[in-house]
Design a protein around this ligand. Structure first.
Ligand code: NAD
Length: 486
């Protein structure tokens, strides 16, 4: 075994599901192709359907078809997969699962290392964890780590109850709560840009930054997730997790070292500094929206499984206040929604205008640092320079860096990176419970203010498909003399 090869048994609960097929199996295959998984790994997929191992192998090969033109490699990879039909509520099934797990441990030399991936509804997490313990699937000789998917609760109370259930079996260091945005290359790059450059480090505060803008826009509607989305909405689906994690990385103080513990401490401090709004402040600082129909595209209320008078928000914009020394007074504008103009994840850090304009009649623009997370990872800086020519005029230019094709090919997909992190026991790119508890408390205040507000059914829809959301989202910035850069 070489240094990079990992040895572990994966037990994937929800092995027939969409997440497993679209994300987990391709990610495992990429880890296999890159040599992180070789001979010493096995996967047990469990779910309700009565599949055979042979059928499971076909499903695995189908899910990695785009990633491989080497049939032998694909076959060899699939041969590490075992299927067990399983109802999570049936204790007997855990006995069979343990026997299979122990057999595979011996066959592949896995030293008792187990990674339990809960790729199914969170309402089953408690039952599964409890059975893993009582039926002694958890080993004594290796590591036992649990990976859980979002949504992690629907408010603080439910998140706490879920965490208590998981925590009664797994210690915090072995709980890996997935927020796949933390696995994205350019999200990870935020810390490199901030703490790797004295230029930005020196300017990363309220003396120089005018405002920060974060946009996570989606072009698609709710598609087949409408049933879930009706109970979630954009606030819970995108703001509580992905957006707040990005806010945290942008506003935290420098960690003492690049270690999970030191980074998490600073992230928690940043979240603690986030102003929790009262109802009036929510009204002033948050905008919600819902998409209407447009040129052949259905309105949200016309989607399957959506009530015709649904008040679920498919768009949120907000102005956040991080009340620490460096960020007091810097508005953090956030925005996310469905059926927007394009799919993009982008961060704009807008620096203050020069206090004095030396050049007469010049209209200097703000310097802007843009971090493009998706779809084209890259970084650009907008600067003022002299316009070429005899006269002294200024113009704004963009200096850009984008990933080459080779870099993109090398760039691991978010799930691939996070699975490897979990195998290595690296907790840095996962949401810790303390982080979640602060983010839920922040979110609950907004949700409560909205739920208590008697919003007329005619308030929605309030934005057309293929736009950047309702007018009120632009007005939120205009009130402060700002505008969305994107
Ligand atoms: P899915 O409905 O496609 O799959 C659910 C899986 O759970 C299936 O394998 C099903 O057989 C299994 N299952 C359900 N009830 C069972 C029971 N009683 N006993 C045994 N197995 C049972 O769902 P999904 O889209 O794969 O999502 C799984 C989880 O991941 C959900 O919590 C979801 O919110 C989360 N998630 C999914 C995505 C995604 O892209 N699909 C993204 C982020 C988070």
């Amino acid at each position: 075994m070489n240094n990079t090869e990992q040895q572990a048994l994966f037990i994937i609960f929800g092995g027939t599901g969409d997440l497993a097929q679209r994300k987990l199996y391709p990610s495992l295959f990429n880890l296999y192709k890159r040599g992180y998984l070789k001979n010493h790994f096995a996967v047990i997929g469990t779910a309700r359907r009565p599949w055979t191992d042979e059928h499971y192998h076909e499903v695995i090969k189908e899910s990695i078809a785009d990633l491989s033109d080497d049939e032998e490699k694909a076959n060899d990879f699939a041969s590490h997969f075992y299927y067990q039909s399983h109802n999570v509520n049936d204790t007997n099934h855990y006995v069979t699962l343990r026997d299979l797990a122990d057999k595979l441990d011996e066959k592949y030399g896995l030293c008792g290392n187990r990674l339990y991936y809960l790729a199914m509804s969170p309402r089953f997490f408690g039952t599964i964890c409890e059975h893993l313990k009582t039926q002694e699937i958890i080993t004594k000789n290796g590591y036992n780590r649990v990976v859980v998917e979002k949504p992690f609760g629907h408010d603080y109370e439910s998140a706490k109850a879920l965490d208590d259930e998981i925590g009664s079996v797994f210690p915090e260091r072995d709980v890996f709560r997935i927020d796949h945005y933390l696995g994205k290359e350019m999200v990870q790059n935020i810390l490199a840009v901030r703490f790797g450059n004295s230029m930005f480090n020196a300017m990363w505060n309220n003396r120089y930054i005018s405002n920060i803008q974060i946009t996570l826009s989606e072009a698609l509607g709710v598609e087949e997730r409408a049933g879930y989305y009706e109970t979630s909405g954009a606030l819970r689906d995108m703001v509580q997790n992905h957006i707040l994690q990005i806010v945290t990385l942008l506003t935290m103080n420098a960690p003492v070292s690049y270690s999970a513990e030191d980074i998490s401490r600073e992230k928690i401090n940043a979240l603690k500094s986030l102003k929790v709004y009262n109802a009036d402040e929510v009204k002033k600082n948050f905008v919600r929206g819902q998409y209407g129909s447009d040129a052949g595209l259905k309105a949200y209320r016309d989607e399957d499984q959506v009530a015709s008078d649904s008040m679920t928000e498919t768009f949120v914009a907000g102005k956040l206040a991080v009340e620490n020394m460096d960020f007091a007074g810097v508005p953090i504008y956030i925005r996310t929604g469905k059926r927007m103009k394009e799919k993009a994840t982008r961060i704009d850090v807008v620096f203050k205008q020069m206090p004095v304009v030396v050049f007469k009649d010049s209209c200097l623009k703000s310097d802007v640092l843009t971090i493009n997370v998706d779809p084209e990872p890259g970084i650009s800086i907008q600067l003022n320079t002299k316009k070429v020519g005899q006269n002294f005029d200024t113009e704004s230019i963009d200096i850009g860096y984008s990933l080459s094709d080779e870099q993109k090919a090398e760039m691991p997909e978010a799930y691939e990176r996070l699975i490897l992190n979990a195998l290595r026991g690296e907790t840095m790119n996962f949401a810790r419970w303390d982080e979640l508890s602060y983010s839920w408390k922040f979110l609950d205040s907004i949700r409560k203010a909205w739920d208590d507000e008697d919003l007329s059914v005619d308030a929605f829809p309030n934005y057309a498909c293929k736009t950047m959301g309702p007018k009120a989202s632009d007005e939120l910035l205009e009130k402060d003399g700002n505008h969305w850069e994107f």
